[in-house]
Design a protein around this ligand. Structure first.
Ligand code: ADP
Length: 153
């Protein structure tokens, strides 16, 4: 089977990442890796929107604090496309708890606390599709890049 170079993942710089001026740093890592940006926006989502995004965590004890944290400022929402985008995106982010994230990962380089881990990345292709539909219902951008043959065989 041909490798799927069109896999998509939803990546989000959380309010602490935006506040700390890390949008450029996080975006640059995905760009330099070879992924293609197909949507991006700075937004202040509603409580209802965030509760939908994190609906699988509704029963967790940290859920109310998570929503308060996510409402504390704008987020930078993105969709990145490329080979194994979901799994590779998670590797680039690092573990959920930054203390378990290796150096070289985004959380391992820029965060300390699990409740302030600066970024989100879809954890499965199925969840990526749901998250992209939630955050970007109709504004994905289609274009081709001149250097695609330098990124993929
Ligand atoms: P991930 O974001 O790595 O996919 P989860 O889906 O398990 O991780 O959790 C979603 C978010 O909830 C985490 O990124 C983090 O911001 C927050 N979170 C997870 N576990 C805790 C915890 N024990 N205490 C506080 N916040 C947490």
């Amino acid at each position: 089977m041909a490798p799927n170079i069109r896999e998509r993942t939803y990546i989000m710089v959380k309010p602490d990442g935006v506040d700390r001026g890390l949008i450029g740093e996080i975006t640059a890592r995905f760009e330099k890796r070879g992924f293609k940006l197909i949507a991006a926006k700075l937004i202040s989502p509603s409580r209802q929107h965030l509760e939908k995004h994190y609906e699988d965590l509704r029963e967790k004890p940290f859920f109310p604090g998570l929503i308060t944290y996510m409402l504390s400022g704008p987020v930078f929402a993105m969709v990145w496309e490329g080979l194994d985008a979901v799994k590779t995106g998670r590797v680039m982010l690092g573990a959920t708890n930054p203390l378990q994230s290796g150096p070289g990962t985004i959380r391992g380089d820029y965060a300390l606390a699990v409740g302030r881990n600066i970024c989100h990345g879809s954890d499965s292709v199925e969840n990526a599709e749901k998250e992209i539909a939630l955050w970007f219902p109709n504004d994905l951008v289609q274009y081709s890049r001149s250097h695609e043959a330098m990124v993929y065989e």
